[in-house]
Design a protein around this ligand. Structure first.
Ligand SMILES: C[S@@+](CC[C@H](N)C(=O)[O-])C[C@H]1O[C@@H](n2cnc3c(N)ncnc32)[C@H](O)[C@@H]1O
Length: 220
């Protein structure tokens, strides 16, 4: 697998600049999220991931903030992540999960390989969410579930306009994060049943990333 597959989110000129900043983003990621984790996100991770069972694949695992939230119903855990500095962090985690350097758009796994796929704060960043969701469907066994927590485009027109306006600067400081992405629409277009997803809020974070969707989605 070549570098284009490992870092699919980093192809444009802007994105190449973002990639230079990747090790810094890795170093500051946990401190940046700490307040939000303490005031609700950690509990939300635990709640959503309580539904993980069997062979589990996590996309864009970052620094591994989900690792302590997995329940004993998980038989095996595979963490994927395209960014090399994040991969190094994941390799130092306890519990010895399998760590694979890969982007969500090109998962190096057989079809029907997993019972559960996990995506938390990742579909905002992937270069091609439609392709990533096709890959999720491919690797999920029939009846398998996608568990997710994603920040999304606001349903309130005023906040959505602000998300559109701040999209570019936010993308630069947020390591390719798109604050205005309509992930619910992408999930529906990819054939996922989204009725079990609920709205939530990412407390203590900037308003443009506060609207969340959380829960499970099954391929319809
Ligand atoms: C905001 S962080 C979320 C990290 C972690 N999932 C969490 O909940 O804290 C976004 C992550 O997505 C990763 N990422 C970027 N492009 C990706 C892609 N194409 N496929 C999968 N992950 C990607 C980034 O390297 C980063 O680790």
């Amino acid at each position: 697998m070549g570098p284009a597959h490992i870092q699919p989110a980093l192809r444009s000129r802007d994105d190449r600049l973002v990639s230079l900043y990747a090790p810094v983003f890795t170093a500051i990621y946990d401190p940046l999220l700490a307040w939000g984790e303490r005031t609700g996100m950690r509990d939300l991770r635990r709640d959503v991931l309580s539904g993980a069972t069997g062979e589990v694949l996590e996309l864009g695992a970052g620094t591994g903030l989900n690792i302590n939230a997995y329940p004993p119903t998980v038989a095996s855990l595979t963490l994927t992540e395209p960014e090399a500095s994040m991969v190094k962090r994941l390799q130092r985690l306890g519990g010895h999960p399998r760590v694979v350097q890969a982007g969500a758009e090109d998962l190096p796994f057989d079809e029907n390989a997993f019972d559960t796929v996990v995506s938390t704060l990742v579909l905002c960043t992937v270069e091609d969410p439609d392709q990533a969701l096709r890959e999720v469907r491919r690797v999920l066994r029939p009846g398998g579930r996608l568990l997710l927590i994603e920040h999304v485009r606001s349903s309130r027109p005023r906040l959505a306009r602000i998300q559109d306006r701040l999209h570019r600067p936010w993308r630069a400081i947020g390591y390719g994060c798109n604050c205005n992405r309509d992930t619910i629409e992408a999930l529906r277009n990819a054939g996922f049943d989204t009725t079990a997803l609920r709205d939530a809020r990412w407390r203590r974070m900037p308003a443009i990333v506060r609207p969340l969707i959380a829960g499970s989605a099954q391929a319809a």
